[in-house]
Write a protein that binds this ligand. Structure first.
Ligand code: G3I
Length: 316
């Protein structure tokens, strides 16, 4: 049977990838599939490179969790997507509840991004994660509230200096279809480009609901690419209200195929990452009560119809 990364690369994409998380590495059957680079050419650490994991105390860095992901990926000849430098969530309390001035928080963001990106040198980085509210306004968090929009510039400039070869991304959800939030992201990219701030890509997370995948994905991706950046689908999963039925699984297959086809149709869409490959380790059930079954492999690590949708999407 066709393998997801092999077909993605045959279609001209750089990779088909998966998120993972360190506790899952003790599951040998899980790890065997994750490590098969004909399935996955790229991995993203789901938690272990976040701020709370990497700089729990100011100036004290702990790289062990992220290092384990990088060494796994290198052993399998897989790309790594660093995730992430600046996000309002999973912050240590010294950041989220610190008494900051613009100058002191600027220095802390600079030091965090510079240290992280220089330690995990290499491939791709989500430098900024989820900066916008769904209506396209800026999210009210410690960074925006203290630094205004300059936190974006500060983080990107520090990251570029730390590793000139890494692809630097801004990543968000609900920007996969046309609307206020996608428009806000386009304005941000245009503004960064016009001021010479380094930005290479926009990540469209892709946390979808079965039957509700936006129909304007290709259009949105083309609009981003026209601004001079690449795009990627970075956190794809398509959840349903449980229990799963054959009809829901068939609709999910169609939905996966449509998402992959949209990326496939856009030259500047460089790859697709699913937010873990199996329902066994999906974040969905713990966040959305009564929902789940969002991944292409089931909880027994058996491929679902969604997997065939992925293959079909790359083959179109
Ligand atoms: O590490 C602690 C553990 O010590 C404790 O016993 C346990 C009890 O709940 O919690 C553990 O922390 C959890 C952490 O994942 C590691 O497993 C947190 O509670 C839990 O909230 C956290 O969830 C992560 C979530 O981000 C946090 O917002 C998910 O695993 C991770 O998949 C998810 O990923 C995000 C992306 O980074 C950004 N886009 C959305 C995506 C899905 O929410």
């Amino acid at each position: 049977t066709a393998k997801s990364n092999t077909v993605a690369q045959a279609a001209g994409k750089k990779y088909f990838g998966s998120a993972t998380d360190n506790p899952e590495f003790t599951d040998a059957a899980y790890l065997a599939i994750l490590s098969d680079n004909t399935y996955f050419g790229q991995i993203t650490p789901g938690n272990s490179m976040k701020w709370d994991a990497t700089e729990p105390e100011q100036g004290t860095f702990t790289f062990s969790g992220g290092d384990a992901v990088v060494s796994l990926a290198q052993g399998n000849s897989q790309l790594v997507r660093g995730h992430n430098c600046v996000w309002y969530n999973q912050l240590p309390s010294w950041v989220s509840s610190g008494s900051w001035t613009n100058a002191t928080l600027t220095a802390a963001v600079q030091n965090h991004c510079s240290t992280l990106v220089s330690h995990y040198k290499g491939d791709i980085w989500d430098i900024i994660n989820e900066p916008f509210n769904d209506d396209g306004t800026w999210r009210s968090d410690v960074f925006y509230n203290t630094m205004g929009t300059s936190f974006v510039d500060v983080a990107l400039i520090a990251a570029r200096a730390a590793d000139p070869n890494a692809k630097l991304y801004i990543n968000d959800y609900n920007i996969e279809g046309t609307g206020a939030k996608a428009t806000a992201m386009m304005s941000l990219v245009s503004d960064l480009k016009s001021r010479g701030i380094p930005i290479d890509g926009v990540g469209l997370q892709g946390h979808f609901i079965v039957g509700e995948v936006p129909t304007t994905m290709q259009t949105v991706m083309e609009q981003f690419v026209a601004l001079g950046v690449e795009v990627a689908i970075t956190e794809l999963d398509i959840r349903m209200t449980l229990p799963e039925t054959d009809a829901l699984l068939e609709q999910q297959k169609t939905d996966y195929q449509n998402v992959i086809s949209a990326c496939n149709a856009v030259t500047g869409c460089v790859g697709v990452t699913i937010w873990d490959y199996t329902d066994k380790y999906s974040w969905v059930p713990s966040t959305f009560s009564g929902q789940g079954a969002a991944c292409p492999w089931d909880a027994n690590l058996v491929k679902k119809p969604a997997y065939d949708g992925i293959i079909a999407g790359f083959s179109a």
